[in-house]
Design a protein around this ligand. Structure first.
Ligand code: AMP
Ligand code: GLY
Length: 421
């Protein structure tokens, strides 16, 4: 088979590694890929948001399967276009990608499907926001309806903070994304990511994971794209992840089907483990990053047939084999992240880190300049290691990460711990 992976981050490097390892993968292509992916695939200089360019590329190389990493091209209709010309694609059509693209739509969907989530109000002006904030006693979360690259969610302690957040978003701080707001009940508890492979009707759970989202240890400081991950999430068994797919993912697939929408691809549920049980925070319509870098190395079988089955609508509903133990991913970020990033800084030690026992180095924001590997973004590398248990995986991931050096390197020291993400 000839497979095209769309995207350029650590998630896509993890996907490309898993797909490239399949005996059924004859040729692996990526667009645009990154220097790590370039070692295992043919990279094409087509950006991940260039829907027309990607469709033309998939047609030119006669792809048998396109696997889409990021959400933006899905929301923009890449999967629709590929299906229209008969190319199987792992990733939902634009109508199904609204599950990530609009928080207001998703709240309504959750309610209709009877899935447990925070109480919420959708508002379009400050007067409406004030009423919602009062009803929730001020302690609430204000969310921009549209895609906002992780900047559209403001967790508030009181009414004054919530009103200020609503005023800023409605005032256009995030442009169109904040014209509609969801104001919702603030929940408490550790977070959990449950990713499921879906073909529209059926869903199969991947091992659970936790993402460590804040820049600082103990879950402090600004939100980032994710500073690390562990699979399984501490205290959550793979059986529990499977149970969540029954009570969350499958009702959502059914509710979408009732509306004539088929979700094919990875449905990612972000949940909070509250005192009353798991409740949904959000959905993503793609693999998580950096969860994917921790989850895929735990798979005990070939990923490619599963992705193809999702694309062609004949997913087999059985447990996917997993490697026992844990996998931990430590993200190495550049100076200034998440507010800014530094490019062109030389990176040393990647081959040595990859040679450590049970370790894999995924490239996220790297480039090659004059033959040398340099930084090219906020999240630079994601270092994953497996271990027989959580402690062993943490030790192995940090032993590998310790080999990598670049000026301004930032990382968290508590990835894999039970601390808040
Ligand atoms: P989201 O993009 O909706 O997942 O929100 C990003 C982060 O904001 C989540 O990972 C949570 O840490 C936090 N968050 C979102 N919604 C809530 C909520 N209802 N209660 C508490 N924290 C939340
Ligand atoms: N790890 C969070 C995300 O992929 O959105």
């Amino acid at each position: 088979m000839r497979v095209l992976v769309v995207g350029s981050g650590g998630r896509e490097h993890a996907l490309a590694s898993a797909i490239g390892a399949s005996p059924r993968c004859g040729e692996l292509h990526a667009a645009p890929g990154n220097p790590g992916i370039a070692l295992i695939a043919t990279c094409h200089p087509v950006k991940a948001d260039d829907v027309e360019g990607l469709v033309a590329l998939a047609r030119d190389i006669e792809a048998d399967l396109v696997v889409v990493g990021p959400e933006a091209p899905l929301v923009a209709g890449l999967a629709d276009e590929l299906r229209r010309i008969g190319i199987p694609v792992f990733g939902p059509n634009a109508a199904a990608a609204r599950v990530e693209g609009s928080k207001a739509f998703t709240k309504q969907l959750l309610e209709a499907a009877g899935v447990d989530t925070a109480e919420a109000f959708t508002v379009t002006d400050l007067a409406g926001a004030r009423i919602a904030i009062q009803r929730l006693d001020g302690r609430c979360v204000v969310k921009a309806d549209g895609l906002a690259a992780g900047k559209g969610v403001i967790v508030c302690d009181d009414a004054a903070e919530a009103e200020a957040a609503a005023a800023e978003l409605l005032g256009g701080s995030l442009g169109e994304a904040g014209r509609v707001l969801v104001v919702e009940e603030r929940m408490d508890g550790p977070e959990l990511s449950v990713l499921a492979l879906c073909d529209g009707e059926r869903a199969v759970a991947l091992p659970s994971a936790r993402d460590y989202k804040r820049i600082g240890e103990g879950g402090t400081g600004p939100n980032t794209g994710g500073m690390g991950a562990i699979s399984p999430a501490p205290g959550v068994s793979d059986e529990e992840a499977r149970a969540i797919v029954e009570t969350v993912h499958k009702p959502i697939l059914r509710e979408l089907m009732n509306r004539g929408v088929r979700f094919s691809g990875c449905l990612y549920a972000g949940l909070m483990l509250t005192a009353t049980g798991p409740r949904v925070l959000e959905f993503n319509v793609r693999f998580g990053d950096p969860e994917t870098e921790a989850v895929l190395p735990r798979l005990g079988e070939d990923l490619l047939p599963w992705l193809l089955a999702c694309a062609t609508g004949d997913l087999e509903e059985r447990e996917i084999a997993t490697i026992p133990g844990s996998a931990v991913t430590v993200v190495l970020a550049s100076r200034g992240y998440p507010a800014s990033s530094e490019s062109g800084v030389p990176i040393l030690g990647v081959p040595e880190a990859g040679a450590e026992r049970d370790a894999i180095v995924f490239h996220a924001g790297t480039a090659v300049q004059d033959g040398a590997l340099v930084t090219a973004g906020g999240r630079v590398l994601a270092v994953t290691a497996r271990g027989a248990d959580r402690a062993a995986a943490i030790a192995a991931a940090y032993a590998a990460a310790d080999r990598i050096r670049f000026d301004g390197l930032q990382r968290r020291a508590d990835i894999g711990s039970e601390s808040q993400g």
